[in-house]
Write a protein that binds this ligand. Structure first.
Ligand SMILES: CC(C)(COP(=O)(O)OP(=O)(O)OC[C@H]1O[C@@H](n2cnc3c(N)ncnc32)[C@H](O)[C@@H]1OP(=O)(O)O)[C@@H](O)C(=O)NCCC(=O)NCCS
Length: 376
């Protein structure tokens, strides 16, 4: 049955639909978190400051910053059951599946699990910001068969994560590079995973359940999973000389090139431009210019042939590669950052909740009678 004449509003994939209100960020007129242009946040803030901004609504003053940072560092611990379970999971398990399991387990041990108030949700969110990097690093070391590196409370969130994953603390420049990527991944309005989190909590479900659902939505290659696929593309192409012929074949096969295109940004993603600019200097120091040269040529051809532009995942994969991070970590890193935005949205939704329950346009059979089984 076609309902073409139906008067209801319908947009496949909800494209262009305003599905709610938010004061957390906007992509209209350039990405801004709570009013601050993303480029200024990158230039002037640490990831911890941006996390505070998203969760608490304002940039912290010095005292607020110190107290927040102290709370995050103090929360850097995983219950024994969680670390023991992570150590028993198959080493080849998908690391997004593992982090989904870890967050689910953490809910059982959070002292505020049953408390749905605004303040309790802030406390739970802060703890998740502190705990998720530990869980990611812990399972990663288990997966590569290396000893677990204990967390260090004297390091920033970024430096501690790199230390736990790689076994040695990063240089100040590596720490900054990683921090920039966390700032850029932290929040992005009503993307698929954030919307998932809001739908879940709109039923009056809890923060951990919302974040677990969001992780599931982020995993897919059309969303967060793209940053891992980008490295597959670059490796498959292999050299600058190979770019044109590889893309020609990919276009002929009607393949999507991961890291390009965006539902909202049709003329380019400001976040991608920020990382690309940063990589120009950083790659020279890390000896990864080859990938920058390849990326430049790929970008030019895809712009010309398809009028498509890089999204944040495109340069981020190169940044993580330059930091010598394994590809399996790329999307879990996105989780470490986006948990701030997801939590802010859950808190905002619950502060003024209305159940999210849209309608579907029915395309099934006309009404019909059930025949007895013998007559079907
Ligand atoms: C992000 C994405 C899902 C947005 O998609 P969308 O708004 O639904 O746009 P559509 O999927 O309708 O694509 C529009 C057209 O551009 C093409 N296109 C979009 N992204 C493309 C890509 N990365 N490579 C090649 N072609 C692409 C589509 O095939 C489609 O072409 P058609 O009209 O000839 O069929 C899409 O661009 C994509 O799949 N990108 C790759 C995955 C990725 O990088 N995701 C991270 C997003 S931040």
């Amino acid at each position: 049955m076609s309902n073409a004449a139906s008067p209801e509003v319908y947009s496949p994939g909800l494209e262009g639909v305003i599905a709610g209100e938010t004061a957390i960020s906007t992509v209209t007129g350039g990405l801004r978190y709570r009013g601050y242009p993303i480029g200024e946040l990158v230039d002037h803030c640490t990831f911890e400051e941006v996390a505070y901004l998203l969760l608490h609504g304002e940039l912290p003053n010095e005292t607020q910053y110190q107290e927040f940072d102290h709370r995050l560092r103090a929360a850097r611990a995983l219950p024994d059951v969680v670390t023991q379970t992570l150590g028993k999971l198959p080493k080849q398990a998908n690391q997004m599946d593992v982090i989904r399991t870890a967050i689910s387990m953490l809910a059982h041990f959070d002292p505020d699990t049953g408390d749905q108030t605004h303040d309790a949700n802030i406390r739970k969110a802060e703890r998740l910001v502190a705990q998720i990097p530990l869980a990611v690093a812990h399972f990663y070391r288990h997966a590569i068969g290396q000893p677990i590196v204990p967390s260090r409370s004297d390091l920033s969130l970024s430096a501690n994560f790199l230390h736990m994953v790689r076994g040695t603390p990063p240089s100040a420049e590596e720490e900054r590079a990683f921090d920039i990527s966390l700032i850029l991944y932290a929040e992005h309005e009503f993307n698929a995973s954030t919307f998932t989190a809001r739908v879940i909590c709109s039923t009056m479900s809890d923060l951990h359940s919302s974040i677990v659902g969001a992780v599931g939505a982020l995993k897919g290659p059309l969303h967060g999973g793209a940053n891992e696929k980008v490295m597959d593309v670059l490796r498959a192409i292999g050299s600058v000389d190979n770019v044109a012929s590889w893309l020609k074949d990919a276009f002929a096969r009607k393949e999507r090139v991961m890291g390009f295109g965006h539902r909202v940004y049709k003329t380019g993603d400001v976040r991608a431009a920020i990382v690309k600019k940063f990589m120009a200097a950083f790659a020279a120091k890390t000896g990864t210019q080859k990938w920058e040269e390849m990326a430049e040529k790929i970008e030019a051809i895809i712009a010309q042939e398809k009028n498509l532009f890089p999204n944040l995942d495109w340069p981020s994969a190169r940044l993580y590669h330059a930091l010598k991070l394994d590809v399996a970590l790329y999307t879990p890193i996105f989780v470490m950052s986006r948990v701030t935005g997801w939590s802010a949205h859950v808190i905002e939704q619950l502060d003024n909740n209305r159940l999210i329950r849209p309608r579907a346009r029915y395309t099934g059979p006309e009404v019909r009678a059930v025949k007895p089984r013998a007559q079907r």
